[in-house]
Design a protein around this ligand. Sequence first.
Ligand code: MV4
Length: 496
Amino acid sequence: MNKILVANRGEIAMRVMRSAREMGIKTVAVFSEADRNAPFVKYADEAVCIGPPPSILSYLLGDDIIKVCKRLKVDGIHPGYGFLSENAEFAKKVEKAGIKFIGPSPEAIEIMGNKLAAKAAVKNYDIPMVPGTENAIDDVEEAKTIAKEIGFPILIKAAAGGGGKGMRTVQKEEDLEEEMNMAISEAKSAFGDGSVFIERYVNSPRHIEFQVLCDTHGNYLHLFERECSIQRRHQKVIEEAPSAILTPEKRAEMGKCAIEVAKACNYVGAGTVEFLMDANMNFYFLEMNTRLQVEHPVTEMITDIDLVQEQIKIARGEKISFKQEDLKIQGHAVEVRVYAEDPANNFLPDIGTLKTYKLPAGIGIRVDDGYEEGMEIPIYYDPMISKLITYGKDREEAIKRMLRAIEDYKISGIETTLPFAKYVMQHKAFVTGKFDTHFVEKYFNPEALKDKKDYSELAALIAARIIHEKSGKNMLEGNGELKVKQSNWRANRYCN
Ligand code: MV4
């Protein structure tokens, strides 16, 4: 493989090209008009504009991307995450054009893209699943009978859904008919497939997922777990590896299940098997994601394995060069997703220019980003600016380092979720590991951010007043505001 095209943008395009370059492979970027000045376009050996900003006119134009590949003699396509990454039709077309799709087979993508097909595929293996229906259900009376057997509350899920899309909770029998009809029509309009199924509702679960790696020679490995329980409206905000709660025994048991899920669909490449875990440490297979995930860096940090390089080697037909026994968890990693959203204002997407953009640095810090100072965050795509990852010998060190990194990360011109991440890193429930997927709704409100900010500002003002009175140094402007910006304020700098 001499040349790879990355059918993606932003931080993940950068991430993939770095590994390709390290392997001596040439890179091609495709970009929309909104990304003309983006770092990933400059970083690529060749770059081709494929259309106007909206994804449907650019990053989702599979046929046009394949044409670019042929013209530039590209050997492989890396789809990143999102966009065309889990599109079985695209994967098929790529292979038909004689180009390697750096990912699993179209068949595996298709099976795992449908939650009922995924359940059917793993049925003959010993994999725990949440009690529920095996097939799509459209008869309300039948649904009521099943729901009563399972016990309320229940969940109605769309077979074609995933990641929480098209999910409805039903608390009691009277609500079932209405919720079911809504779920079916939602699924139809969102996925073009109205199939829904029923599951028992698992209370306050934790989200634990396993990274798997499989080659074309029948080797199946897992690279331990990531915990992604801190989410907001099914959008992950903080991830870590390993999970704070798994014992080595539970890890081995779940890892074995993850590998079996991969075997059930003849998986090839890097994939993720998602589990729910209840308060009694029972786990249930939920779904498999057939792509490289946003949060893959935490796994790379604790295993010292470059997942993109492994994906490329597997696509070249190579055997995985290590065995399960060679893999060990070293230390702990935490990832914070930095979104252009205002956590003090209901996480409203914030538009604007990165007026200041200064990265944290130093031991145990990694930033995967796709922007530079002075750039605008386009409104057309996911509002994620970067991923901030810290690594330490243990969880406590990784968290402390994250707090320092958040302090050192200077962004102005756009509100970001960094203050929210700081709040989580300091929260007792997070620090002690006693949290679940309800963390945000349970503990977070905008006032939680305001209070802290107001106190530090107030403290600075009081200190400034005292200094003024004792030393005659005036640190206040005529309007009573601090001359020194609060974020740069250090008491001892002015007291002597
Ligand atoms: C569930 C569940 C409780 N019980 N299934 C949401 C995302 C999708 N992957 C599945 N999800 C859930 N499925 C049963 N039977 C609770 C969730 C869920 C959730 C899962 C993982 C992370 C965050 C979540 C937030 C709300 C609900």
